[in-house]
Design a protein around this ligand. Structure first.
Ligand SMILES: [Fe+2]
Ligand SMILES: [Fe+2]
Length: 193
């Protein structure tokens, strides 16, 4: 019988995110240990702290709705975490691994941003203003964490990884191609294996 409503869907998705955040609390310390950049380690550590707060906020959301806080296995975030675990065992150099950890971390942030965006819209449509307010706080933290990771990648980590990939390149030897947006980039070389 198809008698479930948007209310049921909302509660279901809240349980999914409650579980997702708990999975991330277990996964983030592995990222902290695997990262070489001190700034990246600090970013993961601070997001771990925020994530613990997000779980407490979700508990308040459930309470505000008269529901017991309860999780339901989130396959989506489990998949992202599984990919992250796999990349750590691939044998990447320290710089490439940092770039890979950021890539995985940002996948998780975007998953969370999509989920919280939807939950907020549903909370508003259903008139659950307190829940919407709390969920917005979580969304704001996910967006900030995503931005932080982009800043670290573009602010040095990707470049260090590129230099480690093509160590013989001297950026100053190569004439810069003329044209709009032309930049000095490491010259392509066949992969050494
Ligand atoms: Fe989160
Ligand atoms: Fe997050």
């Amino acid at each position: 019988m198809a008698d479930k409503t948007l209310h049921d869907l909302f509660i279901d998705e809240l349980r999914d995110m409650f579980d997702a955040e708990k999975q991330l609390i277990k996964a983030l310390p592995k990222l902290v240990r695997a990262a070489s950049s001190a700034k990246l380690r600090a970013a993961f550590e601070s997001h771990l702290k925020q994530t613990r707060g997000q779980v407490r906020r979700l508990e308040k959301v459930f309470t505000s709705l008269g529901e017991k806080p309860r999780g339901k296995h989130c396959d989506g975030i489990a998949g992202i975490i599984k990919e992250g675990d796999a990349v750590m065992k691939e044998g990447f150099d320290a710089e490439a691994l940092d770039a890979a950890l950021i890539a995985g971390g940002q996948r998780a942030e975007h998953y969370e941003m999509a989920a919280y965006g939807t939950l907020i819209a549903w909370a508003q449509a259903l008139g659950h203003t307190e829940a919407a307010r709390l969920l917005q706080q979580n969304l704001d933290e996910e967006k900030a964490a995503d931005k932080k990771l982009s800043g670290l990648a573009e602010g040095g980590i990707n470049q260090s990884a590129a230099v480690a990939a093509y160590p013989d390149e001297d950026a100053d030897d190569e004439p810069v191609a003329a044209g709009a947006g032309a930049r000095k980039t490491a010259k392509r070389k066949p992969a050494r294996r």
